[in-house]
Write a protein that binds this ligand. Structure first.
Ligand code: HEC
Ligand SMILES: [Cu+2]
Length: 312
C-alpha cells in the first residue's frame, strides 16, 4: 500500500472530526447561552399512574389557577384532543407559577410561544414546571405534537397582567380562583362540564369539525325546541349516539360516547350550556327531567332511531 493514500485519507478524517467537534461545541455554547439568559425550564415528572386515576385528582377534575401562597400560584392544565383546559390562564406578573400538566387521551406538546416553556404532556403522567413571567402580555400556547385531525386548533393563552390588576380581577370573580365548582344542584357550572367532557370533540365554542363532530352551537337549541327534542338530547347524553346523521347538510357517521356517569344536574347543566351557544331560547333543563330518562337501557343505536323520529 502506498503511504501517500494513507496520509490523504487521514487528513480528511481529521478535518471531519474537527468539523463535527466544532458543531458539538457550538450546540453546547447555544445551550449554555440559553440557560444563562432564559433560565432552565425543564419539566419534572410529578406523578405517574393510570390516566383515569390522575384525572380524578381534584387539581384535574377542576383544572385552573389556584393561589397556594403569597405570590405563589399553582396552575393545572389538561391537554386533550383538541383543547387545553382551561384555554385561558391569567397570572400576575412576577408571581411564582407552578404548572401541572397531564393529558386525557394522547400525547400533546404544551409550548408557550416566545418562551422556552415546552412540555411533553403525556397521559398517565403529571409534568411539573416552575416559572414566572416577568413581562405583561399575552402568550399563545400551541400543541407541538400532532394529536389528530383538529391538532392545529389546539390553542391556549396565558395572560400576564400587572399584580394589582390581577388582585382586583380575582377579587371581582370571587369563586373563579380557588374553589371553582359547587357540587351538584343548581350550582353546577355547565360551561365547566362542557370544557372538561365535550370541547375535545365539539370544539370549545361548539363549532364542531365538519364531517367528524357535529356542531352544537345554533343546533342543540333547534333540537331543544323541536317536539320530543328535549328527551332526545337527554337520551343522547345518557346513552350516546351512533350511526349516520346529517347536520346542516353535512354527513356524520361517528360514535358519541354515553355520558351516564355524569350526575343528573351536570347533564342538565351541560345541555343548558350547549343550548345557550346560539339559536332559539329553551326552558332550562332540570335534573328531574334527566332522572326520568335514566334506566331505560337504550343503546346508542336506539338513540339514533329516536333521533330519526324527532328530526326526520
Ligand atoms: C369523543 C368525541 C365526542 C365527545 C367527547 C362528545 N361528543 Fe357529542 N358527538 C360526537 C359525535 C361523533 C356525534 C355524532 C354521532 C353520529 O355521527 O351519530 C355527537 C353528537 C352529539 C349530539 C347530537 C347532535 C345531533 O344532531 O343529534 C349532541 C347533542 C352532542 N353530541 C353533545 C355532546 C355533549 C354535551 C358532550 C359532552 C358531555 C359531547 N357531545 C361529547 C362526538 C363526541
Ligand atoms: Cu394536541
Amino acid at each position: 500500500m502506498d503511504d501517500r493514500h494513507h496520509h490523504e485519507v487521514a487528513k480528511w478524517e481529521r478535518r471531519w472530526i474537527a468539523i463535527s467537534g466544532l458543531m458539538t461545541l457550538s450546540f453546547v455554547i447555544l445551550i449554555a447561552y440559553s440557560l444563562a439568559t432564559e433560565g432552565a425550564h425543564i419539566a419534572q415528572s410529578a406523578a405517574r399512574g393510570s390516566p383515569d386515576t390522575l384525572l380524578q385528582q381534584a387539581m384535574f377534575t377542576d383544572p385552573g389557577v389556584r393561589v397556594v401562597g403569597p405570590n405563589q400560584l399553582q396552575v393545572s392544565i389538561v391537554g386533550q384532543a383538541f383543547v387545553w383546559v382551561p384555554e385561558t390562564i391569567r397570572v400576575p406578573q412576577g408571581a411564582e407559577v407552578e404548572f401541572y400538566l397531564t393529558a386525557r387521551d394522547v400525547i400533546h406538546g404544551w409550548q408557550v410561544e416566545n418562551t422556552n416553556l415546552n412540555v411533553e404532556v403525556i397521559p398517565g403522567e403529571v409534568s411539573r414546571l416552575r416559572t414566572s413571567f416577568d413581562e405583561v402580555g399575552t402568550y399563545r400556547v400551541t400543541c407541538n405534537e400532532y394529536c389528530g385531525i383538529g391538532h392545529q386548533n389546539m390553542l391556549g393563552w396565558i395572560e400576564v397582567v400587572p399584580a394589582s390588576q390581577w388582585a382586583a380581577d380575582t377579587a371581582a370573580e370571587g369563586a373563579a380562583v380557588g374553589e371553582v365548582m359547587a357540587e351538584g344542584g343548581a350550582g353546577v357550572d355547565g360551561a365547566a362540564v362542557y370544557a372538561a367532557n365535550c370541547a375535545s370533540c365539539h370544539g370549545p365554542a361548539g363549532a364542531g369539525i365538519a364531517g367528524a363532530f357535529p356542531p352544537l352551537a345554533e343546533h342543540a337549541a333547534d333540537i331543544a325546541v323541536t317536539d320530543g327534542g328535549r328527551d332526545y338530547l337527554i337520551d343522547a347524553m345518557l346513552y350516546g349516539l351512533m350511526g349516520p346523521i346529517v347536520v346542516d347538510g353535512v354527513s356524520y357517521n361517528g360514535v358519541m360516547p354515553a355520558w351516564g356517569q355524569l350526575a343528573d344536574a351536570e347533564i342538565a347543566a351541560v345541555i343548558d350550556h350547549i343550548v345557550g351557544l346560539g339559536g332559539p331560547a329553551a326552558d332550562p333543563f332540570t335534573a328531574d327531567e334527566v332522572a326520568a330518562q335514566r334506566g331505560r337501557g337504550l343503546s346508542a343505536a336506539d338513540v339514533l332511531a329516536i333521533r330519526q323520529q324527532v328530526l326526520p
